[in-house]
Design a protein. Structure first.
Ligand code: UGA
Length: 438
């Protein structure tokens, strides 16, 4: 099949590359010329394990272009994978999706199915189909289908090629057949066919359920600290119950990334738009906002303020395996440390550059100048009065007590439970984590 994909972010590019891997001819379209040139030279614009290798392997079936006119003219199927960022009021910004829809409507020359992969509010697919029909320039038949994406950053390729399920939301047999054909090479993955609105809802309900699970376990962890229980023992005991499951029960300093924060707010907004309050999700959002400051609050046990202290921060990205910083707890904490008077040294294996840019964008250069970006963990910890851990990178998890010896005072506040408690017991180390006590 000839497939066009609009948007070369995580969703668009990974889908395109995996579709090419199963034998389709894929044209990846983006408005960002720099990004397109980078991909033409065989490089991936995002840090994602296995992606660049698959780009090279399937090079002959992959085209990267800014020329959407040509791409949409010849496609049997067009995937929309552009972003739907959060608006100030919490609702999803659909302007990128509609821009693409308009470009498709103005340029298609044959019947085709437009597949919305972007996460969009329930009912959007219906509206996009009507919009495209009203904007068409040629007498062709266009159907819109919903096909939400469940990949996670850092494991995007594996999650696409070995997805837990493929959800297809359609209103007619023709669209279902075309999508089944597109996914023909994805073996042993259950295909769930629903109507368009249910497919859109499956995406939000799944992401929000996972966010809820994290906020719930974070609250249980907070309570564990107060009553002397250990969250890891608790989740281990809970996880044997198949109805609960043992995944996504890691307590920490809250979820970040481009999806959970945005999708929880979007569903909350959508509910209130329909005069309904989705209380569980509202609570998940609130708990997550507070959880991000958990370590900062813990630091008050040791110092009244961070004024004049050297603070080491290990890990900046919202999770390991990605260079993405969107909604990362580090982004709200580092400015807080600086405001509190600290000299902050940070380390991340891949996220420092993006962090620097985000700080410049969201705060100011003055604040950023007070942050020292280190190349090595050792250099970051040297002479530090306190260490905060925000991301469980393997390099951080591999640290041993002796690696912290060059700190002035060994106080470690671990927001991702990177170490076994017994590693630090009996040593002259003050170690705090989430939901556990030494
Ligand atoms: C998430 C979902 O997991 C994907 O299924 C979904 O397709 C994607 O959003 C999306 O909508 O595009 P992602 O944001 O890449 O994927 O990252 P996750 O691995 O889900 O982690 C999100 C956040 O939750 C991270 O900050 C992570 O540290 C945190 N988390 C995760 C916990 O605090 N505890 C856990 O047990 C698991």
């Amino acid at each position: 099949m000839n497939i066009a994909i609009a948007g070369t972010g995580y969703v668009g590019l990974c889908t395109g590359v995996c579709m090419a891997h199963t034998g389709h001819y894929v044209t990846c379209v983006d408005i960002d010329e720099q990004k397109i040139n980078l991909m033409k030279s065989g490089k991936s614009p995002i840090f994602e394990e296995g992606l660049e290798e698959l780009m090279t392997l399937n090079n002959e079936r992959l085209t990267y272009t800014t020329d959407y006119i040509n791409a949409y003219q010849n496609a049997d199927i067009i995937f929309i994978g552009v972003g739907t960022p959060e608006k100030k009021d919490g609702s999803a910004n659909l302007s990128y999706v509609y821009n693409v829809a308009k470009q498709i409507a103005h340029n298609v020359t044959k019947d085709c199915v437009v597949v919305v992969k972007s996460t969009v509010p329930i009912g959007t697919n219906d509206k996009i189909e009507n919009f495209i029909k009203s904007e068409l320039k040629k007498p062709v038949t266009i159907y819109v289908a919903s096909n939400p994406e469940f990949l996670a950053q850092g494991t995007a390729i594996r999650d696409t090629l070995h997805a837990s399920r493929i959800v297809i939301g359609v209103e007619n047999q023709y669209s279902e057949n075309i999508l089944r054909q597109a996914y023909n090479g994805f073996k042993d993955i259950p295909i769930v066919v629903t109507n368009r609105r249910s497919a859109e809802m499956i995406k939000y309900a799944s992401n929000d359920f996972l966010a809820l699970k994290i906020s719930y376990i974070n609250e249980i962890a907070n309570l564990c600290e107060l009553i002397g229980a250990d969250i890891q023992e608790v989740t281990n005991g809970m996880g044997y119950d198949e109805r609960i499951g043992d995944k996504f029960l890691n307590a920490g300093i809250g979820y970040g990334g481009s999806c959970f924060p945005k999708d929880t707010k979007a569903l909350h907004w959508l509910a209130s738009f329909h005069d309904y309050e989705i209380k569980t999700i509202k609570a998940a959002i609130e708990v997550n906002e507070q959880q991000k400051f958990k370590l900062f609050k813990k630091s008050r046990k040791y110092y009244e303020s961070l004024e004049g202290l050297t603070v080491a921060v290990l890990g900046l990205t919202f999770k390991p395996g990605t260079d993405d910083l969107r909604e990362a707890p580090s982004l709200v904490n580092v400015p807080l440390f600086v405001d509190d008077g600290a000299i902050v040294k940070v380390w991340d294996p891949v996220g420092s550059e993006a962090f620097k840019n985000a700080m410049e964008r969201e705060h100011n250069s003055e604040l950023n100048e007070k942050v020292e970006y280190c190349d090595k963990i050792e250099e970051t910890l040297k002479e530090a009065d306190i260490c905060f851990i925000f991301t469980e990178w393997p390099e951080i998890k591999a640290l041993e007590p002796k690696d912290f010896n060059n700190m002035k005072d060994v106080i470690i506040l671990d927001g991702r439970n990177c170490y076994d408690l017994n590693v630090f017991s009996g040593k002259n180390i003050k170690y705090e984590s989430i939901g556990r006590s030494l």
